[in-house]
Design a protein around this ligand. Structure first.
Ligand code: GDP
Ligand code: MG
Length: 451
């Protein structure tokens, strides 16, 4: 049995969609119900991710009578559904996420951010399943808690079914306009060509069993090669931050391989001091302390402590030196990660400053700027919070061209000191965690200046 379990690693899933579509609620629901029941297959909250063991998924999908075997050990869901850009994170050239859930509010249909998410998914060639969320909001919906969607649908009145079908047709048409064929998953005869939709409710749980099962079955059926466990370490940095008592740490997702305490890592050359994960749910009240591990096997979310981590860059790969590469190779691969982004900087030296949370989000934002109809040159980039030194750097631009004395802060915090200094020097800072909104803010600002 052990050997079989080693065959495949857990697929990694992220959640995307428009603001208020229900991304957070959906994850909370999937996670929450079982925390209370505390039974079959312990869900563990990891660093930046939640792990659902196969046993848990089997238990929750048994009504669907899926006789097909679950071959993956579980499912790792990236926890930060607000960050669209997580889909844009890479791990050794391919996407960090094996599959995504694109959440659409069934009452609202496609919105700008849904379309933005679609573009990111296409760019990275990431598979996805569409959740048509909030079915419980259809007028007259009869709650069937945690029921498979076909069963729940049968309980509904003709009026509810008609309204559902009408909304469904509208959304199918909207996806068609984006060049995508979609169909309810249980009616889909061309899986792969036609994208699957699962109606869900993040409030009462209808369709959640379907969503979970489809995620697992789809990944283990179509991604065997990608999901085959390998000893080659594949690891992506999610976040770089200071933790009291641990100093500078990095939060990573270990996609494949095994990582050990004491491993030498790069491109920031250092040695892993500690591998940390939170305590299991039951012990969540043990506050501020982490579990230490000698080694951790993929796929998992991990916090790593080591010297020199302040130079790590969120969104780039982490490599183990000696096992799968020598130091020079590691540095070269790491440079590749940065190249596409660096090439976007305007040679003239004039342009706005873009600061983003991760390399992936920076890339996504620069991509968006490039594809827009208004030409906005970029003179500098940064990853992580906006500090005073960034404001200083940007302030020199004010003399060249006032509108370029601007920081576009995508999905990052601005320190109070930086804010103060910016106000003093006249540097504009625009902040948003939605690409098009940030862009629109800046566009409105330049239009105003021109008048
Ligand atoms: P996010 O911005 O996509 O993360 O959306 P949230 O998860 O924060 O949800 C936005 C709002 O919609 C909240 O008030 C939720 O309670 C509500 N909501 C989310 N999912 C559902 C659902 O399935 N049914 C209903 N009725 N409300 C929902
Ligand atoms: Mg949210």
């Amino acid at each position: 049995k052990q050997a079989e379990e080693n065959l495949l690693r857990s697929p990694i899933c992220c959640i995307m969609g428009h603001v208020d579509a229900g991304k957070t609620k959906l994850l909370d629901f999937v996670r929450g119900t079982n925390v209370q029941e505390g039974e079959a297959g312990f869900i563990t909250q990891q660093i930046g991710a939640t792990y659902f063991p196969a046993e848990n998924i089997r238990e929750r999908t048994k009504e669907l009578k899926a006789d097909a075997k679950l071959k993956v050990p579980g499912l790792l869901v990236i926890d930060t559904p607000g960050h669209e850009s997580f889909t844009n994170l890479r791990s050794r050239g391919s996407g960090l996420c094996d599959i995504a859930i694109l959440v659409v509010d069934i009452m609202d249909g496609l919105k700008p951010q849904t379309i933005e998410s679609l573009k990111l998914l296409k760019m990275r060639n990431t598979e996805f399943i569409i959740a048509l969320n909030k079915v419980d909001r259809l007028y007259g919906w009869k709650t069937c808690r945690n029921a498979p969607i076909v069963k729940a649908m049968k309980q509904q009145s003709k009026d509810v079914q008609n309204e559902f079908n009408m909304k469904l047709r509208q959304i199918v048409t909207q996806f068609m306009e984006q060049g995508l064929n979609t169909e309810l998953y249980y009616k889909n005869r061309e899986m792969g060509e036609t994208f699957n939709m699962v109606p869900t409710s993040a409030i009462s749980g209808e369709g959640i069993p379907d969503l979970l099962l489809l995620l697992v079955q789809w990944t283990q059926k179509t991604m065997v090669e990608k999901l085959t466990f390998s000893n080659k370490v594949q690891c992506t940095v999610l976040e770089v931050k200071v933790i009291e008592g641990h100093g500078m740490t990095i939060d990573v997702v270990l996609v494949n391989g095994v990582i050990h305490e004491g491993d030498q890592i790069g491109p920031i050359v250092t040695t892993i001091r500690a591998l940390l994960t939170p305590h299991p749910m039951k012990e969540l009240r043990v506050k501020g302390t982490y579990l230490h591990h000698k080694e951790i096997k993929a796929a998992q979310g991990i916090k790593i402590t080591a010297q020199g981590l302040e130079h790590a860059i969120a969104g780039t790969g982490l490599y183990v030196v000696g096992i799968d590469a020598d130091l020079e190779d590691v540095k070269e691969v790491a440079m590749e990660d940065m190249k596409s982004v660096m090439s976007r900087i305007d040679k003239s030296g004039e342009g706005v400053y873009v600061q983003a949370s991760t390399l992936g989000s920076l890339e996504a934002f620069l991509e968006y700027l490039k594809s827009s109809d208004v030409c906005i040159p970029v003179s500098g980039i940064g990853i992580g919070p906006v500090h005073k030194k960034d404001v200083m750097k940007v302030s020199v631009m004010l003399e060249k061209k006032k509108e370029y004395g601007t920081i576009l802060a995508f999905d990052v915090k601005v320190t109070p000191e930086a804010r103060e200094l910016a106000a003093e020097l006249g540097v504009k800072i625009f902040i948003d965690d939605v690409i098009y909104r940030l862009f629109d803010q800046f566009k409105a600002y330049i239009c105003n200046l021109k008048e």
